[in-house]
Write a protein that binds this ligand. Structure first.
Ligand code: PSV
Ligand code: MN
Ligand code: MN
Length: 430
């Protein structure tokens, strides 16, 4: 029995008030697109089918190593996180899956957790392992790294944890394991750069060996942090080499915040696709490093260009191309539900605008080396305001046209502040 957290009557009442204005905007955009040979309803149907997973860890307030400022009513366990994810999907209708992180989301009964998610119309996407933090009672420390550690027992512990994540994933209906390790060094000479990678490959291949046939293992690279001199899986080159050595079911995951500033991420997308190794994304935005800011809040154009490559890739699929889309953000100063609703709308909007690109015209201009025409073809899609399409899609799926208005009127967070136990102060991790 489905039990959704926000009153359906409240959503219906709000939608009824905005529907006339939306109909006008939708019709005007429809006429504009028709002149470009695009049927607005067909684009809206694609938007309705588009989904991006939300991270369970993003439902709580994030923090920095200096401080975390909790808000009243934030979730304190996976059950409360699922309830918040249900709000996000109920209002936005574009986030049907949750990506959990272990051991943060460990429970006794995973079959019951799967049922709990289903009652909220949610499923689980990729499971994430955590070998970057020590847990109470753990036999070995990850202070020397995890899959690449020089200590064999530590490597074994990291392998076992990843295999345990696969086992949990099987119980909750997931089919992907995302592996991000914080392994690396802070000093030149601290570790042998080549041997660390060899140890990582050897250990990761044991995790790979435990992967069910219909699963994917996704390697997430990151240039720096927590290691500040070298990271073992620092960039897409290392990630690609590792994925190629591990095997067919291993792919690369691109987190938008994990590159050097100004790196051309859309080109990395094209290269990984060429190798048949584009497995998935962690969407977020950044100004300086792995800032984990809201998707598209700093550089929406980059997000659009990434989607432009994805649409090209979709038109020319290689090796079972089926990337998973996820948000990976840290919400330090906003209500995480509002941030994820806003981000999901931005991501779906970039997808829609990339679909709008007149590919025939773009390819012709590229072949003719007509630089300005190629650029303007791309730009005209980017400059199209697709918000009426997103709102119309939400309305038709039972979501909220004005998600922020409905969310605030619902006073959901205030209600949760009465019900949930308070989160303590302290430094945050994400
Ligand atoms: C690391 O910075 C990362 O992006 C990985 O995806 C982690 O699993 C995640 O953040 C959560 O802390
Ligand atoms: Mn990430
Ligand atoms: Mn990150």
């Amino acid at each position: 029995m489905t039990q959704l957290p926000i009153s359906a009557d409240l959503i219906a009442e709000h939608n009824a008030n905005s529907r006339d204005a939306l109909a006008e905007d939708y019709a005007a955009l429809g006429r504009k697109l028709e002149r470009r040979g695009i049927a607005i309803d067909a684009l809206k149907d694609k938007v309705k089918a588009f989904g991006v997973a939300v991270p369970s860890w993003g439902a709580g307030r994030g923090g920095t190593r200096f401080a975390k400022f909790p808000i009243a009513g934030e979730p304190t366990n996976i059950h409360e996180k699922l309830e918040d994810c249900a709000v996000i999907h109920q209002l936005g209708q574009s986030t049907p899956a949750v990506s959990p992180h272990f051991p943060w989301d460990c429970v006794e009964d995973y079959a019951a957790l799967k049922d709990e998610a289903e009652a909220y119309n949610l499923v689980f996407d990729a499971v994430n392992s955590n070998t970057f933090q020590d847990q109470p009672g753990q036999a070995q420390t990850y202070a020397t790294g995890s899959l690449s550690s020089t200590v064999p027992e530590t490597r074994q512990q990291a392998i076992d944890h990843n295999i345990e994540c696969i086992e949990i994933g099987r119980k909750i209906g997931s089919k992907r394991l995302t592996v991000w390790v914080g392994d690396g060094t802070n000093f030149p000479g601290q570790q042998d750069l080549g041997r660390s990678f060899d140890r990582y490959i050897e250990a990761a291949s044991q995790v790979y060996g435990a992967l069910p046939d219909d699963w994917q293992m996704m390697l997430e690279h990151k240039m720096f942090e927590p290691a500040f001199y070298s990271s073992v899986i620092s960039d897409w080159g290392s990630s690609l080499m590792a994925a190629q050595e591990l095997g067919e079911k291993c792919k690369c995951l691109v987190d938008l915040g994990h590159h050097a500033p100004n790196v051309n991420i859309e080109q990395i997308v094209a290269r990984l696709h060429h190798a048949g190794k584009l497995g998935g994304f962690h969407f977020n935005d950044s100004k300086y490093g792995d800032d984990d800011l809201d998707s598209g809040s700093i550089n929406p154009h980059q997000l659009f260009l990434v989607f432009n490559e994805l649409i090209e890739a979709q038109a020319n699929p290689r090796d079972g191309f089926d990337p998973s889309y996820m948000i990976d953000q840290s919400h330090n100063v906003t209500d995480p539900i509002e941030s994820m609703l806003s981000s999901a709308e931005t991501i779906a909007g970039c997808y829609a605008r990339a679909v709008l690109v007149d590919r025939e015209a773009l390819h012709a201009a590229q072949n003719d080396n007509d630089v300005m025409l190629a650029f303007r073809t791309l730009r005209s899609a980017y400059e199209t305001d697709v918000t009426p399409i997103l709102a119309q899609a939400r309305d038709e799926l039972g979501g909220a046209i004005d998600w922020l208005g409905v969310y605030r009127t619902s006073q959901y967070r205030d209600r949760k502040a009465q019900e949930r136990k308070a989160v303590g102060l302290g430094a945050g991790i994400v």
